[in-house]
Write a protein that binds this ligand. Sequence first.
Ligand SMILES: [Zn+2]
Length: 289
Amino acid sequence: MSAKKYTILIIPEGSHQVRRFNLRRSVLQWLAGVSVVLLVTVGLFAVDYFRNNLDRHEFARLKKENRSQQMELQRLVASLQDLQQEMVVLAQNDAKVRVLAQLSKPRSDTLAGVGGPPEEEGSDRFSALQQQIDAVRQAIDLRRESQEEIQGFLNDQRSLLAAKPQGWPVKGWMTSGFGMRNSPFTGKRKMHEGVDIAARTGTPVYACADGIVSQAETAPGYGKLVVIDHGYGYKTYYAHNSKIFVKVGQRIKRGERISAVGNTGSSTGSHVHYEVRRNGVPLNPRKYL
Ligand SMILES: [Zn+2]
């Protein structure tokens, strides 16, 4: 290819006319250059076209995905609102129970003031959602605290009820009431700090409430005495027993047998002298029978 000029012959079939082109080498080189540039350009366009096509598909897919995520988010918002609604109902029930239990109002309820779907766009919308989730969580914590308080209160009530003396310590008949009376021993006016219930010697004596035995011994005047401490300031005394079946420190349930009726101490016959004291002050046991 060192010639300066080239001749291209074009011979149509079935014709004798021959076309002849004389081309200089530089022209040929220029034509080759242009062809290469054209090819590269077409190639680049093709690549670009296919890439755009891919992007279009990806875009459509993302759009669809975005739409379904939006719907998912709306569902979440709706169920969160349901939750808030339920928390409001729970808070109302809680308040009612607290009124019944005569407890103070619970700490400030933030949930009642929060509401409505988040209307902001994008990340604001998510942070609003997060805030609402936090509010629900806080409301749940409040309810839990309140429930624990109510539970504690009910437990206290139950122990108070179990500690309050109730019923007769022995099957028998009352021979002497509570209050001022003439002493059967000295004949002088004297305070009778309990009630006397007559029964046969050996008849079982039962505890009138839950508690702990604080005394089980012979005491002046009382004879064989059992004292039960019930807490909340309550104590009960069972005197003149013939036998004691319990020990100091022993836990006692209401209705448990603690002793047997007798005639020990300052007694004129077989009976139980029964006292109820609150903070050391003798109360009329009739109110607890
Ligand atoms: Zn008495």
